[in-house]
Design a protein around this ligand. Structure first.
Ligand SMILES: N[C@@H](CCC(=O)N[C@@H](CS)C(=O)NCC(=O)O)C(=O)O
Length: 231
């Protein structure tokens, strides 16, 4: 199997964290030039990463890939042991995907102060803050998001909290994690977890590459190589 994935992509990092934590070793990672050329939809109609390439086609959407991996290796599943725990795991994962990540992505164009529309920034930041408030009430008290072991809830939440912490303050507003107690405590502790720390390093590497121009150079070289191959 092959996972189309990018270092900084939180949805991809979520799947990578699950792969590492489940000890799956037969999935190759790749970021195809078609993604940068806006042509990933030729491979996967949604045109977004992550995408899992399997023997008979492709599986897009991080949550669908995550469930597929759990179904594939039920003995290593990270979905929780009982129906109630599984409901909590799904809930935290949905909060991270829908109410945190989606709104953070929508507000990212407002990072540029010169073109920022404050009303748009405020609209999405209010939604992130509301989602964070709900997370504060649903998250567990311990080291992990749900129960006392690592689940898919952690795999979704860790990249979402990274993105929140690294981007929201650059909108000239407070990081909503700072207004929480349980989420802030969880965030501090989970970063030393082996699998969380691995994807956080990868995301930090991706962010560094974006900010210092290395990513742009890599993209230009990959596109040039792809075009050469096509000639
Ligand atoms: N709901 C999707 C979201 C995936 C997504 O938006 N991925 C971003 C990168 S983190 C992407 O591919 N963006 C490219 C685009 O929007 O064209 C999932 O959970 O996989």
């Amino acid at each position: 199997m092959k996972l189309y994935t990018g270092d900084l992509s939180p949805y991809s990092a979520k799947v990578r964290m699950q792969i590492y934590a489940m000890g799956i070793t037969d999935i190759e990672f790749e970021l195809p030039p078609s993604f940068f050329m806006g042509k990933l939809s030729e491979v996967s109609p949604l045109g977004r990463i992550p995408v899992l390439e399997v023997a008979d086609g492709v599986i897009p959407e991080s949550e669908v890939i995550a469930e597929y991996l759990d179904d594939l290796y039920p003995e290593r599943s990270l979905s929780g042991a009982t129906p109630r725990v599984r409901a909590d795991v799904r809930l935290i994962s949905r909060i991270a995907d829908i109410y945190l990540l989606n709104n953070i992505f929508m507000v990212l164009p407002q990072l540029n102060r010169k073109t920022r529309v404050d009303a748009i920034r405020d609209l999405f930041v209010a939604q992130v803050t509301r989602g964070m408030g709900a997370l504060e009430r649903h998250i567990g008290d311990g080291e992990f998001a749900v129960g006392d072991s690592l689940t898919r809830a952690d795999c979704t939440l860790v990249p979402a909290l990274f993105l929140c912490e690294k981007t929201v303050p650059r909108l000239d507003v407070d990081d909503p994690i700072l207004a929480t107690e349980k989420v802030a405590g969880y965030w501090e502790k989970i970063q030393s977890n082996e699998f969380a720390s691995k994807i956080l390093d990868e995301m930090a590497r991706g962010m560094q590459a974006r900010l210092d121009g290395t990513e742009r150079k890599f993209i230009e070289a990959a596109i040039a190589k792809e075009k050469e191959g096509g000639n």
